[in-house]
Design a protein around this ligand. Structure first.
Ligand SMILES: Cc1cc2nc3c(=O)[nH]c(=O)nc-3n(C[C@H](O)[C@H](O)[C@H](O)COP(=O)(O)OP(=O)(O)OC[C@H]3O[C@@H](n4cnc5c(N)ncnc54)[C@H](O)[C@@H]3O)c2cc1C
Length: 507
């Protein structure tokens, strides 16, 4: 495919990306009013700390995209790829816009915004010939939208906790979704993907077709060397949900975390177990701990038994207030939990920076509590949070083979610095950097990192996201399918330095 192109800057605001009906136009930066281009480029981007179009400083990396398109059909995607090849530009992709460091806004790239692809939410359909409960959808469909569709068939997909995370970014990096501790990684439910490659081939990938791309689709994250146009996903029977929730004073951090870690090996395998530090309410002067136990057991009696054994072993008296009461075995649902997640997230307009680590499963509960206490108790702003997410027993079983995803441990730890004013950028950066620099000093504490909460502008892509074998294979797959680096890979701090086209090596 090599459609005729009005060269950007030649006076035309757009070109038709597809010669078929309803073509999707490409907006070019050089020939589109800046405010219009800016609005398009940053539509649905969660983080309001954004790359700049016009200045360069460590806080404002320059990323000048080449163009923007909202493909609706495969033919539109193919045309964008052809334009990128003809113009020697790159392709970046947006599904839900929730990557923390805004991975989809890239230097010298045509941004494919998948929001309208095949009708967005209308693209979701059952795939009965592929197996019971198998569903497929395009990549900008969100966790909440997919689960709303599945509810009609009494099924559920272990999508992200936040309702508006796009399945595209979430699944490609592995997907630490609801009940990941027990249900496993979301990408383990992937049974196939349709893709358009950097050379413009349309392929289906599965365990038996184009296996190397299917390997990469389950864990390469933004290093996936093609454009996913459809995911095929297994689902689970929809269970009822119950929840216990306890607030604790931050002074009890060590007791609470040690208790939660010790619970995991014997707790019911129907419980999701999470500890969060946050200012609750925001007027409080110290962070509060919230221990959340969410049951996905099939019946109330099972949930009650699982949550009673937790309740009976509380390590200290929880604190609570009329506005934030403790809960014991209360009914809940995914829609309610999604609403709670949205309420807990920073309001639109906030700036964020995240980072994360898997802590060694060999650490004792007191060691884990000791290394995490500083982060949990020194949050830099009233909107910031720190999180410990129990992964045992998922972390104790062999991961399904043939996936790039290969890193996990019993303890997932992440921080989300959130702030409003630009003047706090440096202070919040320093806080995040300080937390992880300190952890790295203690040899044997960190074993790896999850792409989903990573920010490559501050910590480069290294071995830590995959096992050595999987990292090597991923590099081979990227070289084979996109030797020129046409599809933007991992964001680097020096994005704009050499025109944006990068080597495909995972340095
Ligand atoms: C509020 C919030 C809550 C979160 N909660 C969770 C959670 O519970 N669990 C979890 O695991 N993560 C979570 N995350 C992290 C989130 O999953 C990742 O940031 C993910 O990359 C976001 O996906 P997206 O499609 O929304 O982002 P986008 O920024 O649109 O996409 C990220 C990158 O993925 C790649 N990509 C996306 N779509 C395609 C495609 N169709 N083809 C090829 N490449 C593609 C591109 O490289 C793109 O730049 C959360 C993030 C936020 C902001």
């Amino acid at each position: 495919m090599n459609p005729s192109v009005n060269h950007p800057g030649s006076g035309s605001d757009s070109i038709n990306a597809s010669s078929a009906q309803a073509p999707a136009p490409i907006l070019f930066r050089t020939s589109t009013p800046e405010s219009e281009f800016h609005a398009a480029i940053f539509s649905r981007v969660f983080n309001h700390r954004r790359p700049s179009f016009s200045s360069s400083s460590p806080n404002y990396p320059v990323r000048l995209p080449f163009g923007y398109c909202k493909p609706v059909t495969i033919s539109d995607v193919l045309s964008c790829v052809a334009v990128a090849n003809a113009e020697n530009k790159r392709i970046s992709i947006r599904s839900g816009g929730h990557s923390w460091a805004c991975w989809s806004v890239r230097h010298c790239a045509i941004l494919l915004d998948m929001i309208d692809f095949e009708g967005g939410i209308e693209s979701v359909r059952w795939e009965p010939e592929r197996g019971e409960g198998v569903v497929s959808c395009s990549s900008a469909v969100t966790s909440a939208q997919l689960n709303q569709f599945l509810e009609r068939g009494q099924r559920v997909f272990p999508g992200g906790h936040c309702p508006d995370v796009g399945l595209g970014g979430f699944l490609l990096q592995g997907g630490m979704g609801w009940n990941c501790k027990n249900w496993g990684w979301a990408c383990e439910y992937m049974v196939g993907v349709d893709v358009v490659t950097a050379e413009g081939e349309v392929l289906h990938c599965s365990e038996t077709q184009n296996e190397d791309l299917f390997f990469a689709a389950r864990g390469a994250g933004p290093g996936f060397p093609a454009i996913v146009t459809r995911f095929y996903l297994g689902t689970l029977p929809l269970p009822p949900m119950w929840q216990s929730l306890y607030f604790f004073d931050i002074a009890n951090f060590k007791d609470v975390l040690e208790w939660m870690i010790k619970l995991c090996p014997t707790a019911s395998p129907t419980l999701e177990i999470v500890l969060v530090s946050a200012f609750v309410p925001q007027s409080s002067t110290t962070p509060t701990l919230t221990a959340v136990f969410t049951s996905f057991a099939p019946s109330y009696s099972d949930a009650l038994a699982a949550l009673t054994s937790i309740h009976d072993s509380l390590p200290c008296t929880p604190s609570s207030s009329p506005d934030h009461p403790n809960r014991f075995c209360q009914p809940t649902s995914l829609p309610e939990e999604y609403a709670a997640q949205l309420a807990g997230n920073a309001a639109p307009g906030f700036r964020t920076r995240s980072d994360n680590a898997y802590l060694s499963s060999n650490l004792s509960p007191p060691q884990v509590a000791s290394v995490l206490e500083p982060a949990f108790s020194t949050l830099p702003t009233k909107q910031s949070t720190a999180l410990w997410f129990a992964m045992n027993p998922t972390s104790r079983r062999e991961l399904k083979g043939g996936m790039a995803l290969s890193m996990q441990s019993d303890h997932y730890f992440s921080v989300y610095a959130v702030w409003e004013e630009e003047m706090n950028d440096e202070r919040c950066d320093e806080w995040v950097r300080g937390v992880f620099d300190k952890l790295e000093e203690d040899e044997g504490t960190l074993v790896g990192s999850y792409l989903g909460d990573a920010d490559f502008q501050f910590r480069q892509v290294g071995w830590r996201f995959w096992g050595e074998k999987e990292r090597g294979r991923l590099e081979e797959v990227r070289k084979r399918w996109d030797s020129k680096g046409r599809v933007c890979g991992f964001l680097r701090g020096d994005e704009a330095v050499d025109g944006g086209v990068k080597s495909v090596e995972l340095k």
